[in-house]
Structure formats: C-alpha cells, structure tokens
Design a protein around this ligand. Structure first.
Ligand code: UDP
Ligand code: MG
Length: 331
C-alpha cells in the first residue's frame, strides 16, 4: 500500500489534532444540525480539527449540504463515492483520508451525541489509544433487533477469536497508531468492530445514550444487518468451517449404529415391507447436511475469490475541500 503524498493546501498527516470521520448516505437534512452541534464543540475542545464526511453515493443533496458547510468552515471536507459502497467501506475511506493525530468515527444522524467527543478526547489525552462509546441502553431499538444483537454477541464471544466489548459500535476515537494499522489491513469483507478489537492497544469505554435519529430513516434493512453479522462471524472465526467435520463424523457414526440395529432386527424378527420411510428420511437428511457444508465452504471460497480479485475497496467520484486524493487506487 502506498502512502498519501502530502497535499499542498492541507496540513499533512498528524498536523491536525482531531479528525471526525462521518459516513453519510442520504443525510442531507442532518448535515446542518450535526455541524451546528459538532463544530462549536470541536473549536472549544481541540486545537485544530477537520470534519471529514464520506458521502457514500447519496441519492439526495447530501454533498450540496456539505459544500455549504465547507464555505462557512473550510475544515469541513468530504470525499464522495461514485456509488453506494456501504458504511464499512465509507469508514475505511475516512480513515485513509483523515489527517488527525486522533480520529473520531461517528454517525451523521445525531444518534451519536457530539458532546461525548469531549470525553473521548480527555481519555485519549490520558494515554488511551482507543476510546469507544458504549451504548448504555438500546431502548430506541426494536425488541427483535435487540434480541438478534444479543445472540450475535453471544455467538461472537463463543466462536470469534477476538473479544468484542458489548455495546461498543463504530462511535469511537482511534489514535493515529491504530489508524495506521487499520489502514494497512486490506480486508474486503470488512467488519470494523472486530478489527478495532483485533488491533489491540490500550482501550477504554465511555458510556453514551443513543439518541433518536434526527431526520430520515435507518438505511439498515434486516437483511443487511444479518449479512453484516454473518460477515462478522466468518471473518473472525474458522469454527463454522471446521464444525462440519465433527457434525459429519457424528452423523456417520449414528448411521453406522442404525445400520447395525437394523441388521439385528432383521435377523431376529425377519424383514417386513419397511425400508421405504427410513430410506427417504436418510436421503433427505444427508442431502441437507451436504448442502449445508457445501454452503459453508462456498462462504469461504467466495471470500478467497473476493480477496484474489484485489479490486480497490472504493472509488472516489469527487471531493470537497481536498485538492488531492489521499487514497491509493489499489490497496
Ligand atoms: N451509512 C452509510 N452508507 C450506507 C448506510 C448508512 O454511510 O450504505 C451511514 C449513515 O448515513 C449514517 C450511518 O452510516 O451516518 C449509520 O446509518 P444508520 O443511521 O442508517 O444506521 P443505524 O443507526 O440504524 O445503525
Ligand atoms: Mg442511525
């Protein structure tokens, strides 16, 4: 991976104290209110800052709203994707372009209260390289979603090879050292929550209350969330791949035992017309198992395929307030 060349009109990497990376997709109405709360806070709390929006191919006027903010404050800048690449990729692009000694990642919809950043910075100045926001209550979310979230964390704790603090999401501060490491990871099925934990460093949590979404609706359908959770588990664990060996072994042993039992029964009681139901049941059962394990292998093979293609993670269409692209085209 190549390192960004220093741009002429922008401070070089780590000359700004704090970068705030905000992935946005269709958040035109939220840009103004967010900046109104965020900018005064940043001016008060840090010596220098930039607010880096990553426009994830928004269909609405999000970019125009950001341009207006850039006119008032040139520290508000943006990278705009040529299409929607997803929030995870938007965050990766944000980290690529951020120049701060520390980087805060937050949502645009004001669900992540900007005021929490002050506590983040405080902890960072105390020496923590990673400060994550910890949701104290999820009452704003549906029961079903909370249930699934809980199941996911349980599964991850059990099978994942990395520890995830529960309630910690993307809202966090990452020190430059951590950002450099994250930038060097070329994974495509990106599951940032796992990566944040994987890189290590001294970390601490700051509790915050998730606010109501200011404008618009969530962009995460149930299907997308499920896909995300699945990516999370399969990127950080090989258990789903390995477990089929054991299940297959057990099933075969069971089948062997059943065969012996059938043989004895036939010897003692003689044969009736039976055989048909057990045949059907066993055939379907085994086809099911085979399909499942094939599917699992497919998951991983698909992942290898995606890595091997080495496509760039994203394509930048245009920028606001940035004279030069910091991101390498090919990672
Ligand atoms: N987002 C994005 N790309 C997407 C979907 C969402 O950049 O494809 C951004 C969105 O604009 C917001 C953040 O990610 O700033 C969180 O999205 P959202 O509020 O829809 O998710 P939720 O809070 O429901 O998890
Ligand atoms: Mg939200």
């Amino acid at each position: 991976m190549t390192h960004p060349a220093p741009s002429s009109d922008r401070p070089a990497e780590a000359e700004i104290e704090l970068s705030v990376v905000v992935p946005v997709y269709g958040e035109a109405d939220n840009i103004g209110p967010l900046c109104a709360r965020l900018l005064p806070l940043l001016r008060r709390v840090v010596t220098s800052y930039e607010v880096l929006f990553v426009d994830d191919g928004s269909p609405d006027d999000t970019l125009a709203a950001i341009r207006r903010q850039n006119v008032d404050d040139p520290n508000v800048v943006a990278v705009s994707f040529s299409r929607n690449f997803g929030k995870e990729v938007a965050i990766a692009a944000g980290l690529d372009h951020a120049r701060g000694k520390a980087v805060v990642i937050m949502d645009a919809d004001l669900q992540h209260p900007p005021e929490t950043i002050e506590a983040f910075v405080e902890q960072w100045r105390q020496g923590y390289a990673m400060v994550y926001g910890q949701r104290t209550d999820r009452s704003g979310e549906s029961r079903v979603k909370r249930g699934f979230t809980h199941v996911f964390y349980r599964l991850f704790a059990r099978f994942g090879e990395t520890e995830l603090p529960e309630g910690a999401g993307d809202f966090r501060l990452i020190d430059r050292r951590g950002v450099q490491v994250l930038k060097s990871l070329g994974e495509r099925a990106r599951f940032s929550k796992g990566l944040y934990a994987w890189i290590g460093f001294r970390a601490t949590g700051v509790p915050f209350v998730v606010e109501e979404r200011a404008f618009g609706t969530t962009k995460w359908s149930f299907r997308r969330l499920f896909r995300f959770a699945f990516d999370g588990i399969t990127s950080f664990s090989t258990v789903p791949l390995r477990v089929w060996t054991y299940i297959g072994g057990l099933v075969s042993l069971g089948a062997l035992a059943a065969a012996i039992w059938f043989a004895f029964r036939t010897l003692i009681f003689g044969s009736d017309v039976a055989g048909y139901p057990s045949l059907i049941v066993s055939i379907t059962f085994f086809s099911g198992i085979q399909l499942l394990s094939l599917g699992m292998i497919g998951e991983y093979v698909g992942r290898i395929f995606a890595e091997v293609k080495r496509r760039p993670l994203y394509v930048v269409g245009e920028t606001v307030g940035l004279s030069q692209l910091a991101a390498p085209l090919i990672r």
